[in-house]
Design a protein around this ligand. Structure first.
Ligand SMILES: [Zn+2]
Length: 227
């Protein structure tokens, strides 16, 4: 359980961290919540004083941070390029499924956001698990493992050991954008850099590189707005 302090009406989570030597105030990029990182066993009254002296700055940062949103009944969204409307139907069973252009979410409303998020993550996982090996085959290389994560700084990654990972939020992007990220990461299995040879490979695989990068640049705040 995370402890928190309330200073001038603002709730700040206290996060003790090993190896931390000074206090650090920040907005958590995943949750959008303010937090203070402190050394272990640091006196709380000192933390309170520190926050008080920085509260104006912190409240300004909060006002500049886009609010995190959750999936809700009636919300329109596109999953793997399919336009859908979320409908919460608590009387039905079966988890989350698509009927026509409706994304039915069963169960209690407090779990709706998590269930939709899990559904998108699964959809991305299934899509990537089919698409990535096909591209790898064209490049004569193989993938060891694919994971879908919630990353903030990157849309995908590739290790020299053949482990690829992708951000679940790409499931909310048009399909050509997800395809581009898959091609980009699989191409790294052959060219572990961003050299001319790498981009040539990506182009050969018909990635819409320019349009996809443009879309990601313009829509990153939207993709990251979801909790
Ligand atoms: Zn890259």
């Amino acid at each position: 359980m995370v402890r928190s302090l309330i200073v001038s009406g603002t709730s700040i989570d206290i996060i003790p961290k090993k190896g931390c030597h000074s206090l650090k105030l920040r907005i958590d990029r995943k949750t959008g919540k303010p937090q203070v990182i402190i050394p272990f066993l640091y006196p709380i009254f000192m933390v309170q004083k520190f926050i008080e002296s920085h509260i104006v700055w912190l409240q300004k940062q909060i006002s500049l941070t886009p609010q995190k949103i959750t999936f809700k009944d009636g919300m329109k969204l596109s999953i793997l390029g399919q336009e859908l409307i979320i409908r919460h139907q608590d009387k039905r069973i079966g988890g989350v499924f698509i009927e026509g252009n409706i994304l039915i979410v069963t169960g209690s409303s407090e779990h709706l956001h998590r269930r939709v998020k899990d559904f998108i993550q699964k959809q991305v996982s299934e899509y990537v698990s089919v698409k990535a090996p096909k591209i790898a085959e064209q490049l004569n290389c193989s993938i060891k493992r694919i994971t879908i994560k919630d990353t903030i700084s990157r849309w995908g990654s590739c290790t020299s050991t053949g482990h690829l990972s992708f951000c679940w939020r790409l499931g909310l992007a048009p399909l050509f954008v997800l395809d581009y990220v898959i091609i980009h990461e699989v191409a790294h299995l052959v060219e572990m850099n961003h050299s001319w040879a790498f981009w040539k490979k990506v182009a050969e695989l018909n990635a819409n590189t320019r349009q996809a990068k443009k879309w990601l640049n313009e829509n990153a705040p939207y993709l990251h707005s979801f909790l």
